[in-house]
Design a protein. Structure first.
Length: 509
């Protein structure tokens, strides 16, 4: 009898638990669906166009990012939906002109702030000029900017010319052997050796070896890995916690990150303990910085890593893309004009000065057009809107959402440029055919108080290295690299070897 009563009670409680579980599940699902429907159709971002499935979930955007296609998908979305698109439940993408650049990245306060999940602090826990808060960014930037001033550039001229000549010399050895080399690899070797000399007081030996160092190869591999893990972290609070706890904070990962960090740390410490043989970034910065404003040793370390990454790969990428575009059959006229301008002005790298290169108007226009069509930093730089919201292009944007100008779609938009798919340097030279172009929509170095600190150095490097290559070689893109520019994007372009055939230019000595 008692056994029967106990069994009945167990069955009752079991049935009740199941009913309660089902009820709670239904209530939760109803609440979730109601929230999603409200957010999609009545929420603060509901007025902005875009595919509804992207307004419902982050998953579509995370997926296209992981497979390296999100930048191209965003470009397609802007073509379909217009200058502002809702690309996920809490993010807007702008195909922006000058007004959008100013509103999102400009000087007016309160301005959107950098998305902390995108701009992670380095392994030593010390924010650099990219990841610091607004106050510390301004302090660090003021100090570091002395190393990138016009006066500083004049001091670096012998160093830059020396590395340009070394690049030509090393390339010539291969050209004389079999006439073919990986242009991208040699440009990366050059830009890393230059920045090594400027940041550490010595090159990294990569041009001499003709190979990227393991440290640089790790950096390049890290962009793709970082893209994947950032997407996993953005999926939910749980996945974010799991990645941080069991990946980033694991002993093995910490050891590997410290090994990579110490590559720069040891070199910058060695550099700061001695006087340089020639002017470099730190000699300029330390001579101009008051002691009260100076960088801490940890900030030296953090910023050295940032400068080595940001001041190298993107310059080599821009030049590689430009060389590819110039040697496309449709653009041969532009290439011939550039040869005439450069070879008519110089007979050797030694003849070149940074000042004389600035005066080559056609080369300047060619570089600008290359940066437009193949921006070295094609992905968006996310910002978080302040709580009170802002206005962009006449539209009120609510607070606490993510916004950005998408460079690739902006620079190649028919809204801003006539025949945007065509390489036309003349659009930068006042050609009446392109007078309606919005040239101020192109900001390859970003915009505002947090734009690229090394913009001036990058421009001087691009002019000098391009002029040196055009003066010394006739270049041909070999068949195996005819589709080189068809690449995926994982923050930066995922580039294949760029094989070119070189022969000595007939007019060079």
């Amino acid at each position: 009898m008692s056994t029967g009563i106990a069994s009945s009670q167990d069955g009752f409680f079991s049935t009740s638990f199941v009913r309660l579980f089902i009820t709670l599940t239904v209530l939760f699902a109803t609440y979730y669906v109601a929230n999603v429907l409200y957010d999609v159709f009545l929420g603060p971002l509901s007025k902005f166009p875009g595919p509804k499935f992207r307004a419902v979930s982050k998953v579509p955007g995370l997926y296209t990012t992981i497979i390296g296609r999100d930048a191209f998908v965003r470009t397609e979305l802007h073509t379909k939906y217009g200058p502002v698109v809702r690309v996920n439940p809490t993010e807007l993408s702008f195909n922006g002109g000058a007004e959008a650049w100013e509103a999102i990245y400009g000087f007016k306060k309160p301005r959107p702030v950098r998305d902390p999940q995108f701009y992670a602090v380095g392994v030593n826990g010390c924010p650099d000029v990219v990841t610091a808060d607004e106050e510390n960014h301004a302090r660090q930037r003021k100090i570091l900017s002395t190393g990138f001033s016009d006066q500083a550039m004049k001091g670096y001229e012998p160093l830059l010319k020396s590395w340009a000549q070394t690049m030509i010399t090393e390339m010539s050895k291969l050209a004389n052997k079999d006439g073919k080399l990986d242009m991208l690899k040699y440009l990366n070797c050059t830009t890393f050796d230059i920045m090594g000399d400027l940041a550490f007081g010595e090159g990294l030996g990569m041009l001499e070896d003709g190979e990227l160092s393991p440290w640089v190869q790790t950096i390049f591999a890290g962009f793709k890995a970082a893209t994947f893990w950032r997407c996993v972290m953005q999926f939910s609070a749980l996945t974010n916690w799991l990645v941080v706890k069991f990946l980033f904070n694991s002993k093995q990962a910490r050891v590997k990150m410290w090994e990579n960090f110490e590559y720069c740390q040891s070199r910058i410490d060695k550099r700061l303990e001695r006087e340089p043989a020639h002017p470099d970034l730190w000699s300029r910065i330390r001579s101009k910085s008051e002691s009260a404003q100076n960088l801490s040793r940890d900030e030296y370390h953090s910023n050295a890593v940032t400068l080595m990454v940001a001041g190298t790969e993107t310059t080599a990428t821009a030049l590689s893309g430009l060389i590819y575009l110039l040697h496309h059959a449709e653009n041969r006229n532009a290439l011939e004009k550039l040869k005439v301008e450069v070879r008519g002005k110089f007979t050797s790298v030694e003849d070149m000065t940074l000042e004389s290169l600035v005066r080559l108007e056609y080369m300047h226009a060619i570089i600008q057009e290359g940066l437009r069509m193949y921006p070295p930093a094609p992905s968006q730089l996310p910002r978080t809107v302040p709580p009170g919201g802002i206005t962009v292009n006449g539209q009120v944007i609510p607070g606490n959402i993510t916004i950005s100008v998408h460079p690739l779609s902006t620079f190649t938009s028919p809204k801003h440029f006539k025949n945007p798919e065509r390489f036309r340097p003349e659009r930068w030279l006042g050609d009446p055919e392109y007078q309606a172009d919005h040239l101020d929509a192109v900001e390859p170095f970003s915009y505002g108080p947090q734009n690229c600190l090394g913009k001036s150095l990058a421009w001087h490097e691009m002019r000098l290295l391009l002029a040196a290559l055009i003066l010394r070689f006739d270049i041909e893109v070999v068949p195996e690299s005819k589709d080189w520019i068809d690449q995926k994007i994982f923050i930066l372009w995922e580039k294949k070897p760029f094989m070119c055939a070189l022969r000595s230019a007939s007019t060079s000595p």
